[in-house]
Ligand binder design. Sequence first.
Ligand code: NAP
Length: 260
Amino acid sequence: MDLHLKDKVILISGGAKGIGAAIARGATREGGIPVIVDMDSSAGNRLQAELRSLGKTCGLICVDLLAAESCSTAVQRTLEEFGRLDVLINNAGVNDGIGLEHGSPEKFVASLQNNLLHYYNLAHYALPSLKKSQGSIVNIASKTAVTGQGGTSGYVAAKGAILGLTREWAAELLPFGIRVNAVVPAEVMTPLYEQWLSTFPNPEEKLKQIVAKIPLGKRMTLADEVASMVLFLCSAQAAHITGQHVYVDGGYVHLDRALT
Ligand code: NAP
């Protein structure tokens, strides 16, 4: 299937590692031009060098997206370098464990800033360009938005809001032909996930317990499997799909636990 992503400029927040990096690699395989926006400049430089060594074009903007101005800068610099913006993939986030007990009002707000505000800010600043390109937005959410996790109020509130905003933006942007969808992963082995696992006394045992509860194949979802859905949703092949929450999770959220 040709996704018709050739020469499409695809801004990926958190594109240097994990799911974002898989999306960047997948985008170049489809002929697209990823623009990695990430605060990990070492990982960003490594990925850009890897893709360039394969003869691909790839932009890199090293900023922390916490400030609204950084989001504006990211969009501006994309336009300066490539002259257009076709797709926004809101992906950067961190499960930062700000709960009711082990949190505070200040930490809760900071978690929303880490996980939610830059989704809005990037969409806001990208909108004029997306109108011109009749582009699309894909928001990466998390199964925790619908299942809960315990001990991570800020992250879950942000991910729940992201699912709501996906519907809201899909409605608002109908007149411009801009489609907005969300992809909802559950358990994907990435640097973020490894870091989270390492907080348990016995990470290997914890991983075994988690994997045993994933209905399809008793295995983690691959970052490439999430990326494939993201790239499909932002492509012309998904031209009549908007406002959807697509779970790429091996049945984790919807299938009966008795099956595991
Ligand atoms: P990851 O391995 O940590 O990669 C994310 C990248 O985004 C990192 O390079 C990170 O930099 C960067 N980043 C985070 N906050 C940023 C900010 N404010 N400004 C600029 N860059 C920032 O994460 P991942 O596991 O691929 O997760 C990607 C998305 O999927 C997140 O939204 C996450 O919530 C969601 N998700 C993941 C899973 C999973 O199982 N992995 C499950 C459900 C949902 P640093 O490393 O320097 O922080």
